[in-house]
Design a binder for this molecule. Structure first.
Ligand SMILES: [Zn+2]
Length: 270
């Protein structure tokens, strides 16, 4: 199984996109929308169809704004270049894969979200915030943080692992306490538990962690322990290898004072 996943990652370009296909294949969700590079598109389509899935392809090409790390910001382009992307819609039902493409091209967020199996509350959240988010990083993290009271959250809702190509969900959660999101994440993690043990181990070592989010950048603290004046951790990984990350990785503790002084917040997933 491990080898299959490796082949999928090279074909689809990331573990995240490969998991989308697997979640549909193993009935964790009914439909998926995956960005695939034009030069890999026909092979990816054939591969998905070989698994018994139905596919549809977006009529236009896109580029992604990846300068800010993880991004859901797709920019439509009129020309087709090999390294640009098209969306591949995948489902066990033919009609569904075509419908997803139609909803997406009509920008019908509500119907597309529903077809992709996103929770109602999270679709509402997306529709409410997308205009504002589009002006910025478009990662919907700040409004989700605003909706999440407190600092300690269920580990299943640590969707920051997607910044390290290890997602547990496909959608943007309305809050870190969204029950429906937690249930979806559990279902998806279950697939790793039963079929991909090495992936499950990666989840185990990253989901229960502390996270500092700052302007599109994510610092994830593994083995985190909270003390009165500081947080200790065994390892830190970051979406951007910046100066702050270098300082953090040279030690195993961060004073709470430093976090506050920088206008940051430590989110604990436990
Ligand atoms: Zn929700």
């Amino acid at each position: 199984m491990r080898e299959d996943l490796k082949a999928m990652v090279s074909l689809f370009g990331s573990l995240s996109r490969s998991l989308e296909v697997l979640w549909v294949l193993y009935d964790k969700k009914e439909g998926a929308r995956i960005a695939v590079r034009n030069y890999n598109l026909s092979r990816a389509k054939t591969f998905a169809e070989g698994l018994g899935l139905h596919t549809a392809v977006s009529s236009t090409s896109f580029l992604f704004d990846t300068a800010s790390g993880y991004s859901s910001k797709a920019m439509r382009i009129n020309t087709e270049i090999p390294s640009s992307f098209k969306f591949l819609y995948v489902s066990k039902r033919k009609r569904k894969s075509e419908r997803m493409r139609e909803y997406d091209e009509e920008k019908n967020h509500k119907k597309l979200g529903k077809a992709l199996g996103y929770p109602k509350c999270c679709i509402k959240f997306f529709i409410k915030n997308h205009e504002e988010e589009e002006k910025g990083i478009n990662d919907f993290v700040m409004p989700a943080i605003m909706n999440s009271e407190g600092s300690n959250f269920p580990w299943q809702s640590n969707f920051f692992t997607r910044y390290f190509d290890l997602p547990v969900i496909s959608h943007l959660p309305c809050s870190f306490r969204c029950r429906k999101t937690t249930r979806i994440a559990e279902r998806n993690i279950d697939l790793a538990k039963s079929h991909f043990p090495h992936l499950y181990n990666a989840y185990l070592s990253t989901l229960k962690s502390g996270v500092i989010y700052s302007k599109g950048r994510v610092y994830l603290f593994q083995g985190i322990r909270e003390f009165e004046d500081n947080f200790n951790y065994t390892k830190v990984i970051a979406s951007h290898p910046d100066d702050f990350y270098l300082k953090l990785s040279a030690r195993n503790t961060i004073p709470k004072r430093v976090i506050e002084e920088n206008g940051m917040r430590m989110l604990i997933f436990e």
